[in-house]
Design a protein around this ligand. Sequence first.
Ligand SMILES: C[S@@+](CC[C@H](N)C(=O)[O-])C[C@H]1O[C@@H](n2cnc3c(N)ncnc32)[C@H](O)[C@@H]1O
Length: 424
Amino acid sequence: MACNVSNVIGSPNGVSRHRPFDRWFRYPAGFSETTLRAAIDAARVKDGLVVDCFAGSGSVGTATPFTQADRSTQYVGIEAHPMIAELAAIKLKQPAEPPDLLLFIDELEGAVEPAPVPRSAVPDLIARSFESSTLADLLAWREAIKRRSESEWAPYAKWALLATLRDVASVSVGWPYQRPGRARQAPYADVGARVRARASMMVEDLIQRAFGARGTVVSGDCTKADTWKVALPDNAAAGCVTSPPYLNNFDYADATRLEAYFWGEAATWAELCQHIRVDMLVATTQQTGRDAAFTALEQLEAVPRFQGSVEKLSLALRSEREKRKRGKEYDRLISQYFAGIAEALTCLEARLDGDGRAAWVVGDSAPYGVYVDTPGMILELASEIGFEPIEDRLMRSRGQRWRTNGSRHQLLLSERLIVFRNPR
Ligand SMILES: C[S@@+](CC[C@H](N)C(=O)[O-])C[C@H]1O[C@@H](n2cnc3c(N)ncnc32)[C@H](O)[C@@H]1O
């Protein structure tokens, strides 16, 4: 493949607890500062519109190029998780008077009326995650915010409250998944004080963004051309900076189950899949199916060389699955995942300016010890779709901590920045 492969080791990844805007809510998927900078630089966009088709909580859109006065860059994100799309979208709005958010919090505080809540009135996960008095406070705040939903500040207050949930939970709710069976001392007790602290951070970040924001985030599925029509109604994009889900079985819907159940977006697993996960790329074995995998492999007939690579890996994964009693269906996942990536790349190819560059951050994986070079394969796929591969750069090594786990594979994994351009 005609592209440079270079090695630059960056800092560990993950959304920052301290970086402005990232600290509003610790979404377990964001970029580290080093990776973010490298990806934005690699896309080489000085003017025009940058699309982030797997936008998550919007780390790209809140980074400096989109807030500098001397640039005319614009940001458009597409995000399939509807709640996270809302979070990213409010980060990109620039309210005229950010300190008014704190007046709104004062008003809410006056209106909050905690009352005992029968545990049966909330989903089991919520009932088990908080002490009774904390739960009563949280629900009273929730209702006060919902009563004022017409206010421009309501979504900010909502996210200040949602980010408070993990601060005041009395069970283990560390990322990625919530474990209501494992008790712990809640790090904070006062719901109102935590909501106010988050709201103050939001005000600080909004004020410090000297030149306002230039961007928006659309909630939807980036593998569908219709979503791109909404995201980019008249424009093509000058560049793309993004990070798709990795092929590592991480479930973005499940990871935010606490927030979704608490806010009432879903009350059961089926509702979570229906309301939160419906537009997401298939990236976990829980989302796979035999017929869907077969259809996905057929879809890849349009890119025959790549289809061959997927088929080979799928066979190796099937053979590993069959050695296990209740093996996971990685063999099906792999075709569905890459068929989704192929659709997203095809949409991007139709929308990216001639000579426009795409910079994607992606990790590889090794389910059942079968190595899947996801970044390399995406470059191979992009090239067969019509892009020109430019670079494959190592940003970080991953997986060292699994090496002590005898039941895991021993392969060292990586996170890489891949760059490709539209040669049109
Ligand atoms: C690696 S994360 C990106 C994180 C992001 N850089 C941030 O700042 O938070 C991948 C994101 O892609 C989203 N996603 C999955 N399938 C998608 C699809 N079909 N269309 C748009 N977004 C999708 C996931 O919900 C997740 O938020």
